[in-house]
Design a protein around this ligand. Structure first.
Ligand code: HEC
Length: 147
């Protein structure tokens, strides 16, 4: 009986110690010196909520490439977005949100109107914009800072 009690005591002490060291690791992990810098890198809500963040390239291929081309270089049904006309100064990011949400009445080209593209969440549009801006930047078109 005595040995049993001692074994029990040793075991519970071990558990307490393990818990203490685990929480110490957690606590020290949370209080790093460079916390302010980390705030700059707050992931988009999709990442924080555990949902896979959008791939701008994948979304662009699925939703936009049919008209704007796989490299955003245009097709018979839509203009190239890799074009100086769409540089960030002329067509800021909100014009992409507007185009997707409301559609575009043809005013620059002769492809006809762009219809609204349904069910594209703002975060997905942002990811698409990042991708298009990358393609633009690679061609020397003013595209702002990389996302
Ligand atoms: C059915 C074909 C079609 C699809 C699909 C399409 N577009 Fe377009 N888009 C067009 C056409 C045509 C224009 C050019 C209208 C014009 O003459 O100015 C255009 C213009 C635009 C413009 C310029 C808007 C402006 O203010 O002038 C943006 C930005 C754009 N599209 C983004 C997108 C994005 C992002 C997607 C995918 C989510 C997409 N488009 C899908 C046909 C399409």
């Amino acid at each position: 009986m005595k040995t049993f009690r001692r074994a029990l005591f040793i075991r519970s002490t071990a558990i307490v110690l393990t818990c203490a060291s685990v929480s110490l690791i957690i606590v020290s992990g949370c209080t790093t010196d460079d916390e302010p810098a980390e705030l700059d890198n707050v992931p988009p809500p999709t990442a924080r909520s555990g949902v896979k963040p959008y791939s701008g390239e994948e979304s662009f291929q699925n939703r936009c490439a049919v008209c704007h081309g796989q490299q955003a270089d245009g097709t018979a049904t839509g203009p190239p977005l890799v074009n100086r006309l769409y540089e960030i100064g002329h067509h800021p990011n909100f014009s992409f949100h507007n185009a997707v949400n409301k559609g575009v009445i043809a005013h620059h080209w002769n492809f006809g109107d762009m219809p609204p593209i349904p069910n594209v969440k703002p975060a997905e549009i942002n990811a698409i914009i990042c991708h298009v801006r990358d393609l633009q930047r690679a061609e020397g078109i003013a595209a702002g800072e990389p996302c």
